[in-house]
Ligand binder design. Structure first.
Ligand code: HEC
Length: 134
């Protein structure tokens, strides 16, 4: 009888404790990243800036340091580094930004941003440039 009473108290207590530990461990949404900072550090910012003009990004986006007519089809890309989410759903990390640039509809099938056919290296250069903007 005594054993039973003890376990009915101990088990919920242990459960509550494990919940506290687990809840304290929840991963912040921006922590995931598979491209090491080092890899984007080696990306070519100037090339990224040039590619934004060449690949037609400015047909839809206003981008600092890239001359173009003003387009408001997509959001201005001036403060990418400070955004929590890309397309409102993908946590904004350098790796996720590269994934987004490589194939936006694969991440958000309803997005208006097309896949413009970037190579991995081109996407990394553009991502590094965008992340470097204030
Ligand atoms: C046909 C228009 C179009 C073109 C071309 C285009 N984009 Fe976009 N882009 C959009 C739209 C619209 C959004 C918003 C998408 C969404 O929220 O789903 C977007 C979103 C983005 C985002 C995420 C911004 C955010 O805050 O969610 C980035 C970064 C981006 N574009 C960069 C680029 C780059 C770099 C290029 C060129 C390689 C490019 N885009 C070409 C229309 C375009």
């Amino acid at each position: 009888m005594r054993e039973t009473v003890r376990s009915t108290l101990v088990l919920p207590a242990m459960f509550a404790l494990s919940c506290v530990v687990a809840c304290g461990d929840v991963e912040p949404p921006l922590a995931q990243d598979t491209i090491s900072a080092g890899r984007l550090d080696e990306a070519d910012l100037e090339q990224g800036r040039r590619l934004i003009a060449e690949k037609g990004c400015v047909a839809c986006h206003v981008v600092p340091q890239v001359r173009s007519p003003v387009s408001t089809v997509g959001p201005p890309l001036n403060n990418i580094r400070t955004r929590a989410y890309l397309s409102g759903l993908l946590p904004n990390t350098p790796a996720n930004l590269v994934q987004w640039l490589l194939n936006p509809p694969a991440i958000n099938p309803r997005t208006a941003m097309p896949n413009v056919g970037l190579s991995q290296a081109q996407a990394e250069d553009i991502a590094a440039f965008l992340m470097s903007l204030p």
